[in-house]
Design a protein around this ligand. Structure first.
Ligand SMILES: Cc1cc2nc3c(=O)[nH]c(=O)nc-3n(C[C@H](O)[C@H](O)[C@H](O)COP(=O)(O)O)c2cc1C
Length: 323
């Protein structure tokens, strides 16, 4: 007889498929799940790391932290409590977490809202308007940051020009890095039969890119903004006290929590990371925010343009091993 405290395979597939909406560097989806009949193990997929872009594999672990938090949100929205062990095998760093669902119940309204945010969230690379009621939202986001070991710092308007200079430096240094450029072109070409990567219809045209001085330079896309006004997005910088895999996993879960809360508040977001990938640019950012280990940034604002087409994800069967 089936154990009612353990979800069936259909529920496992549905939750992990929903959680795979998690954002990741260039939509690389660097994760794999293994379901052992009672627990879901989350592993880094070493074949989906980007060594030229993310030379220390920081963003690979960050992405796993994001999908870990997304999965916890999706289990809760499906009415399951979930116990999480991070790095349960201390000597196996690729095994980043194990999730054990149990105690089925009727999901709460906040759980359902967050679950819906997983479905709605997308990366908005267009200019944004300033978010309304920002001081309250900012406090909520700072509060969410304090529930993790990750520090959330917001840049004010006097710091923005310095960030623009750091972004420009990172962009120009990367122009002469053929390994970086070919990785970027590969992930923008829709690998895996179009189920991964960043498609042209979510990327701004060459002309529009100039309006986002802190955006990564992708190959030109086809998405055109509603108008050409300058970007008024707020910038959050997520930093950690150390640079270990545990710090990065924690930061990934905080990134996910912030992105989903913004989505619940009908705010648009875009994760930004090119400014932390090169040691020289990262050191300048560290000085700007007064934090030793900045890991990732988020642009937060109100969308001016309609959402772009949804980026695709790999089918759940290709990320889930059943044993
Ligand atoms: C760790 C990390 C780093 C990212 N860096 C960038 C970036 O530098 N620039 C950017 O436009 N998007 C960045 N993204 C967003 C991804 O490109 C995006 O999540 C992915 O293409 C899937 O699209 P979606 O977010 O619309 O679902 C990043 C996401 C993550 C999780």
């Amino acid at each position: 007889m089936a154990n009612e405290n353990i979800p069936d395979i259909a529920a496992v597939r549905a939750v992990l498929e929903r959680a795979s909406r998690a954002p990741s560097l260039h939509n690389s989806q660097p994760w794999r799940w293994r379901w052992d009949g009672a627990r879901a193990e989350l592993h880094v997929d070493a074949e989906r790391l980007l060594p030229a872009t993310d030379m220390f594999n920081r963003e690979g672990i960050l992405g796993c932290g994001v999908v870990l938090h997304h999965a916890a949100v999706c289990w809760a929205a499906a009415g399951w409590d979930v116990r999480i062990a991070r790095f349960p095998q201390p000597t196996v760093r690729a095994h980043v977490a194990t999730l054990e669902p149990g105690h089925p119940h009727v999901p709460t309204e906040p759980d359902l809202h967050l679950g819906a945010a997983v479905d709605r969230r997308y990366s908005d690379r267009m200019p944004m308007d300033a978010p309304p009621g920002w001081s309250t939202t900012r406090q909520v986001l700072e509060h969410l940051g304090r529930r993790s070991d990750t520090t959330v710092t917001f840049l004010d308007s006097t710091e923005a020009p310095a960030l623009h200079r750091i972004s420009e430096l990172a962009t120009r240094l990367r122009r002469y890095d053929p390994r970086y450029q070919s990785e970027l072109a590969w992930w923008a070409s829709g690998p895996d039969h179009g189920s991964a990567g960043v498609p042209a219809d979510v990327l701004p045209t060459a002309l529009d890119r100039g309006h986002i001085p802190v955006g990564r330079e992708f190959p030109s896309g086809t998405a055109e903004p509603a108008d050409d006004a300058d970007d008024a997005a707020m910038i959050a910088v997520l930093s950690t006290t150390g640079d270990s895999a545990a710090d990065l996993l924690d930061c990934g879960t905080a990134l996910s929590a912030l992105l989903l809360e913004c989505t619940v508040q009908d705010l648009s977001t875009c994760t930004v990371s090119h400014v932390v990938e090169l040691p020289s640019a990262r050191a300048m950012l560290a000085e700007l925010v007064g934090q030793r280990h900045p890991q990732v940034l988020i642009r937060i604002g109100t969308a001016r343009a309609d959402p772009p087409p949804r980026t695709a994800r790999r089918p759940v069967d290709s990320i889930l091993d059943l044993s």
